[in-house]
Design a protein around this ligand. Structure first.
Ligand code: SF4
Ligand code: SF4
Ligand code: SF4
Ligand code: FES
Length: 945
């Protein structure tokens, strides 16, 4: 049992009514529908089992869990037999013991007897069950037909499949179906020939398997086992922590041997993931030990010089003196900082505190600027809170699910598995996306509607859906009358009802057939059903990103789909701590808890606590910092855990800005692209090396726990503290828990949060305060945070980024399952086997017109720049649309993205760029330079080592 929990064999019954029964003389009361196996476990008796586990439905194949029931003939399997009122069960009789030993004998007679050298020795349910049933000898011998010579499949980089150890219990097959929803495994053959097969019996790496690890987790033997266990040995201690990749925020147990991670196993108690994981959190943690990691501080006088390793004291003193010099020469506002959505809440909080208190200005921004800032602005305006409304488990009660501008199976895979389960149960799906994402059509999931809109027309589509809902009388009148601002609603209803906003009138602009759009709107608004909207960066990263978020909020309010389970507006956050970095006051105009810096009462609270006076003017956003740098007014930047040279739009402008600065400080794990323009490099620490908290997309605050000492010497929070002290503003926290205590004192939505509470409850969803001491899974139940919900007019304004004869195609971007953002971590793991390069998806029609074949090099050019990559000819994208990922720095999709951005928040318009695609001979000049440069900088680092 990897979770430290008891495996009760079958899932919990959700029935409200209970029944009582007697198991081995003990009375036990359990919900109706509970299996006898689970009831016995609740009574304290663990019935031997092999094919049962409580994360999967009962199967009843191994016959080890037999019991006797008074008044019933035979010995039924306890995992598949439900309890009944008054039932009397016996789990340990002589007859049962004999039967169980007989079953185990058969299993063991076809199993290698290499327990002592087996990687799972001590962590094997087959071994445990042999002991539990008292098996001491095998009467049949080992000479008959067996599978002992079957060959091991080692193709997957992370786990092996050894068929000689397989007991054909089907737990792996069921895990792949029920938990992950990929259906990659089957039991092939019949009887003695039965064997687990991946896809059409191909090696795992070539199959449909997405390496989520659910089958490995479910396997009771060493048949499916992590390679790291074989290499390092069985774990000796466990530390509960949180995945540092995406905004799902899966809970994991870091299983350790000494200070080495043996494996990361998903926690059954994790409220965001309920024991599931994806390839990144489960397996892609090796980057923490990668040789490219920089562990010693480095400085250089100019970016043309080689790096020089220095002590921490020298690096910090040099940085502080540079920032002081710059401020003396160019003024207080000439420096700023960028916080990271990859770092902990506590680290983010101290960076913004240092900027405001030690730099003495509000020039702090965060990488959320370039992803979900429109979510904050849009939901704050309409609902009153800058966050999603639900917990993840809410989707299990949704009847209609709308996925817009998100690709959950790649971007948020563990939540996607939960969503797919609900869809297999019969919920309807509407996908609004220019690209045919996997969810549109996959095993046992079929979207009712796929509105393949033209990139950049979200607002027109969402407003046309509102048109249908209003003009066809699908409004939830009660909800609107009691919960929303009446005047704003009336104005909005008149606005959307205008014929110019109908599906028919907007069809030409959006590319969505009017009939389809009407059908989707009717489905979402159907009375008596729960409609839930999930959206991602395909909504926010537009010039009208904020407008689209508000259009989504309008739809939810108009249909009464807010304030209960199964509904809501749910931003799927990209990075692990996007929500948290925004909550912590990382934006230049807001202190923690989204309180405006111009509010005198809020400022007074912080001024009293911090002992400084705060500037009441909002500071510079990232794009403004870069503009000011190019203009010569902004000279110093502290960047923690963010690679603006690769992830921000219009790379040339970013680079020009960085080059114009006199002191760029990068604090990160690796020498990233931004570090090419840095003067100080401060090595960062991984999530395995520090304490803190992350806040996931459901507002769930979860602990990150230190599993080993920081390899660079310090957690990131400690480095910021050192710098702040050197600047003359000491922040004497002894532990991140003290930072959280301060956050709680100063932030009403975090008032009840402490490490003690998080340890006690496992996690807490904010708001957490006197009114909601254990947190708030579903928001806006009785009323909106702002009082009445506010409908906002959402006029569609076409982006300035227009196609034309020179640039006739629209480029949109996204990510793949195996890689993460700019790939700094995942490219340094075996995940690269699945995605070795960024490719350009292009429709066969567009490819043929240009003489482009699948796999050929193409040049991708826009008004901002050009790059080359290889083409993938596919009808996943519509004619006129091309798509690529941005995981590899030698492709740099952001070289071509434009400078346009969201009107309210400056979030860049990554998702729409007018481009031309043409055949090419290979990489462009800058790409060749890049390769040369990165080889050179690797050499510099190696020399320094
Ligand atoms: S691989 Fe493991 S889980 Fe799958 S059938 Fe074999 S023993 Fe059972
Ligand atoms: S790793 Fe996941 S996707 Fe692959 S076979 Fe196992 S359960 Fe299925
Ligand atoms: S879904 Fe996200 S949080 Fe969960 S394991 Fe994968 S990357 Fe980590
Ligand atoms: S555990 Fe019940 S039949 Fe296998």
């Amino acid at each position: 049992m990897r979770d430290g929990d008891i495996d009760r064999g079958t899932p919990e019954s959700k029935a409200g009514r209970t029944v009582s029964l007697v198991v081995d003389g003990a009375m036990v009361e359990v919900p109706e529908g509970t299996s006898i196996m689970r009831a016995a476990s609740m009574a304290g008796f663990q019935i031997p089992k092999l094919c049962a586990t409580d994360s999967l439905g009962a199967f009843g194949s191994c016959r080890l869990c037999l019991v006797e029931i008074d008044g019933r003939a035979g010995t039924p399997a306890s995992c598949t037999t439900p309890v009944a009122q008054g039932m009397v069960v016996r789990t340990q009789t002589e007859r049962l013991k004999k039967l169980r030993r007989g079953v185990m004998e058969l299993y063991i007679s076809d199993h290698p007897l290499d327990c002592l050298t087996c990687a799972a020795n001590g962590d094997c349910e087959l071994q445990d069950m042999a002991g539990a049933v008292g098996l001491r000898e095998v009467r049949y011998g080992y000479d008959g037909d067996n599978h002992l010579a079957d060959v091991k499949d080692q193709s997957n980089p992370y786990f092996t499949y050894d068929p000689s150890k397989c007991i054909v219990c089907s737990r792996c097959v069921r895990a792949c179906e029920e938990v992950q929803g990929t259906f990659a495994l089957t039991i092939g053959g019949r009887g003695f020939e039965s064997r687990v097969a991946a896809s059409a019996n191909v090696p795992f790496l070539e199959s449909e398997c997405v390496s989520c690890g659910a089958c490995v987790q479910a396997c009771p033997t060493a048949t499916l086992i992590e390679k790291s266990v074989a290499e390092i040995g069985t774990p000796e201690r466990t530390v509960a922590t949180t995945c540092a990749y995406c905004g799902v925020g899966c809970s994991f147990n870091a299983e350790m041997r000494g200070d080495e991670v043996v494996r990361m196993t998903p926690s059954k108690n994790g409220k965001a993931n309920s024991g599931h994981s994806c390839i990144k959190g489960r397996f892609a943690w090796g980057y923490a030990q990668h040789k490219d990691r920089i562990l010693k501080p480095m400085i250089r006088a100019s970016i043309d010089e080689p790096w020089r390793e220095v002590t921490w004291d020298e690096a910090i003193a040099h940085t502080a003196s540079e920032f002081k010099r710059i401020q003396a020469a160019y003024g207080h506002g000439s420096v700023g900082g960028i916080t990271s959505s990859r770092c902990t809440n506590e680290e983010t909080f101290v960076v913004q505190k240092m900027v405001r208190a030690a730099f003495g200005n509000n020039n702090v921004d965060t990488c959320a600027r370039v992803c979900h800032s429109p979510t904050g602005y849009g939901l704050k305006t309409t609902f009153g809170t800058s966050a999603g409304t639900q917990d993840f488990v809410s989707v299990e009660q949704a009847d209609v699910i709308v996925v817009i501008g998100a690709n959950p199976t790649d971007g948020h895979p563990v939540f996607a598995s939960r969503m797919k389960r609900r869809l297999r149960e019969g919920a309807k799906l509407i996908v609004i996306d220019p690209r045919r994402i996997d969810l549109v059509h996959m095993p046992h999931v079929e979207a009712s509607y796929h509105l393949a809109l033209k990139p950049g027309t979200n607002v027109a589509v969402l407003t046309a859906m509102a048109h249908v809902i209003v003009t066809e009388g699908l409004i939830d009148q009660d909800f609107v009358a009691t919960r929303c601002d009446g005047d704003a609603y009336a104005e909005w209803a008149a606005f959307v009802s205008d014929a110019s906003r109908s599906p028919e009138a907007t069809e030409a602009a959006t590319g969505v057939p009017a009939a389809q759009l009407r059908g989707a709107a009717r489905l979402y608004a159907a009375k008596g059903r729960n409609g839930a909207i999930y959206y991602g960066l395909g909504v926010t990263e537009h010039s009208q990103g904020t407008t689209a978020v508000m259009a989504i909020a309008n739809l939810a309010m108009a249909t009464g789909n807010i304030g209960r389970e199964g509904v809501g507006v749910n931003p799927l956050r990209g990075q692990n701590n996007v929500q948290g970095s925004c909550d912590m006051g990382s934006f230049p105009h807001e202190l923690s808890g989204y309180r405006h810096i111009s509010d005198a009462a809020t400022r007074a609270l912080f001024e009293a606590a911090w002992g400084v006076s705060l500037d009441d003017e909002p500071g510079l956003r990232i794009p403004n910092m870069l503009d000011a740098a190019v203009d010569g007014h902004f000279k110093g930047l502290y960047v923690q855990g963010e690679d603006i040279a690769q992830s921000d739009p219009d790379t040339k402008h970013v680079v020009d800005g960085l080059k114009a600065m006199e002191c760029v400080v990068v604090q990160d794990l690796f020498l990233n692209e931004t570090a090419n323009y840095a003067h100080v490099f401060l090595p960062g620490s991984t999530f395995l090396e520090k304490d803190g908290t992350f806040t996931n997309a459901e507002r769930r605050i979860q602990r990150v726990r230190k599993t080993m000492a920081p390899k660079n010497g310090f957690g990131d929070w400690e480095i910021t503290l050192k710098l702040s002290e050197a600047l003359g503003y000491p922040m004497p926290y002894a532990h991140p828990s003290e930072i959280m205590d301060e956050i709680a004192r100063l932030t009403p939505t975090f008032a009840g949060v402490s490490y003690e509470k998080l340890d006690e409850l496992g996690s807490v969803q904010w708001p957490c305060n006197d009114k909601a001491p254990e947190g708030t899974p579903v928001m806006h139940r009785a009323g909106f945070a702002r009082g009445k919900g506010l409908f906002v007019l959402t006029e569609y304004v076409a982006t300035e980024e227009k196609i034309g004869p020179r640039f006739p195609l629209l480029l949109t971007t996204g990510r793949v399952l195996s890689q993460y953002n700019v790939g700094a971590q995942t490219r340094r793991t075996s995940n690269s086997l699945w995605h070795t390069e960024d490719r350009l998806e292009i429709h066969p029609h567009d490819a043929e017109q240009r003489g482009i074949t699948d796999g050929a090099w193409v040049k991708l050019a826009s008004r901002s720049g050009e790059t080359s990559l290889r083409a993938q000819v596919t009808d996943r994208v519509a004619p006129g649309v091309v798509y690529t990922t941005f995981h590899h720095p030698n492709t740099q999709a952001n070289v071509v993205t434009s400078e346009y951005s969201d009107w309210a928040t400056n979030c860049p318009e990554y998702k729409v760029t007018a481009v031309q695609v043409m055949p090419s001979n290979g990489p462009t000049d800058w790409q060749r330079d890049y390769e040369r440069h990165s080889v050179a900088s690797r050499r510099v680092v190696e020399a320094a080592e």
